[in-house]
Design a protein around this ligand. Structure first.
Ligand code: GLA
Length: 400
């Protein structure tokens, strides 16, 4: 396209945006961290078309949709075999993907899917190697809105095979594979959120946004145990500057309501993922969700922290004994502060004295406790008692 040389720069810039709808659409897709649900953490390889429909129904009926949960993501094990023309078919658990997408869309929700750059997915189903463009086009034809792309078999099948003993060359192959799918998605013209899943290798946060990545896993797989959640939380220190509108660190999907997590642990897990500007992808059994789990997942104030349009991921500020303090800046000069008892003695409390100066605050602060909903005063050195693995999460509207 040619522009007359006399056009002012601002007009030129507008014209460039107007002729690049794919770019602006893709960026618009994840201006705040994606929210939704993914099948893996609860259903793993058992997930069926019916489970996805039931979950979509439940997202609407439970009020989760109104709270912001929009993506319904099918994880691994939907894939069947490729035919002679390379077209990948679904397996018998998913008889008609287009019909499923239409169903999910009819609820005002969006549908996500899963694949990987290797010959096989992590669960041993067909991957996209050599069929990237074909698969991306098929996703777009089906009406898919989100792709999680998982490295797995690409490691032995391509990286280790083509570049044995050459770590740097292996990493280049990996980046090229993610770039290839990023370009294939863009070429479809459909806005599809691009989620990289390669466990944080090669400082993915540095290069993923450049190839169209909207989010990227920063760690290995989460498990519904406090230690797993705490380990992952600890690994997010230092990553805040890489997150922002359109591109997010992904400390993995939520385990809220799964396993034997206590109420305090569920609350802390959800609070900290909100603080981290992490994608909020619930992973529990929605039709059988307990009321207290529903209340955690739909806490409006906590979700508002996660979805704050500044997109500033929380930073680790300091710790004292077994208590950690994290904070993030919010729109309009507000601040969110998380005070977490990470100690392992489950039933003991650890009185802790908050040092406001460490947070750059001066004197008493008027705050809202986002779990009780009560207004409170945070004063310097005030004792705070938290049960092990519990959290005090506050929002200060006008920090001083
Ligand atoms: C990997 C991913 C998980 C899940 C499984 C599916 O382990 O990290 O999130 O997608 O594969 O097989």
């Amino acid at each position: 396209m040619r522009f007359p040389a006399s056009l002012p720069l601002a007009v030129l810039a507008l014209a460039v945006i107007a002729v690049s709808p794919q770019l602006s659409q893709a960026q618009a897709a994840a201006q705040t961290p994606p929210m939704g649900w993914n099948s893996w953490n609860y259903f793993a390889g058992r997930v069926t078309d019916k489970d996805i429909r039931d979950s979509a129904d439940q997202i609407v009926a439970s009020g989760m949709k109104d709270a912001g949960y929009i993506y319904v993501n099918i994880d691994d094990t939907w894939e069947g075999e490729r035919d002679a023309s390379g077209v990948l078919h679904t397996n018998s658990k998913f008889p008609d993907m287009k019909a499923l997408a239409d169903y999910v869309h009819s609820k005002g929700l969006k549908l996500g899917i899963y694949s990987g750059p290797g010959p096989k997915t992590c669960a041993g189903y067909a991957g996209s190697l050599g069929h990237e463009e074909q698969d991306a086009k098929m996703y777009a034809d089906w009406g898919i809105d989100y792709l999680k792309y998982d490295l797995c078999s690409f490691i032995p099948a391509v990286m280790q095979k083509q570049a044995p003993n050459d770590k740097a060359a292996q990493m280049r192959l990996m980046v090229a594979a993610y770039d290839k799918m990023g370009k294939a998605l863009k070429a479809t013209g459909r806005p599809i959120v691009y989620s990289l899943c390669q466990y944080g290798w090669d400082s993915v946060w540095e290069w993923a946004p450049g190839l169209g990545g909207n989010l990227w896993r920063t760690t290995g797989d989460i498990e519904p145990r406090w230690q797993s959640i705490y380990d992952i939380l600890s690994q997010q220190k230092g990553l805040a500057s890489y997150a922002g509108p359109g591109h997010w660190n992904d400390p993995d999907m939520l385990e809220v309501g799964n396993g034997k997590l206590t109420l305090a642990e569920n609350r802390t897990h959800f609070s900290m993922w909100a603080m981290l500007a992490a994608p909020l992808l619930a992973g529990n059994d929605l039709p059988h969700m307990k009321p207290e789990i529903h209340d955690i997942l739909t806490n409006h104030d906590v979700i508002a922290i996660n979805q704050d349009r500044l997109g500033h991921q929380a930073r680790y500020i300091y710790s004292k004994g077994e208590v950690e303090i994290w904070a993030r800046d919010l729109q309009g000069g507000a601040k969110a502060i998380a005070i977490v008892n990470v100690g392992s003695d489950l039933y003991s409390t650890h009185p802790f004295h908050l040092d406001l100066a460490e947070l750059g605050l001066h004197g008493s602060q008027h705050a809202k406790d986002l779990w009780t909903g009560k207004e409170m005063e945070l004063s310097n050195n005030m004792p705070i008692e938290l049960v092990s693995h519990d959290i005090l999460l506050v929002r200060i509207a006008n920090p001083k």
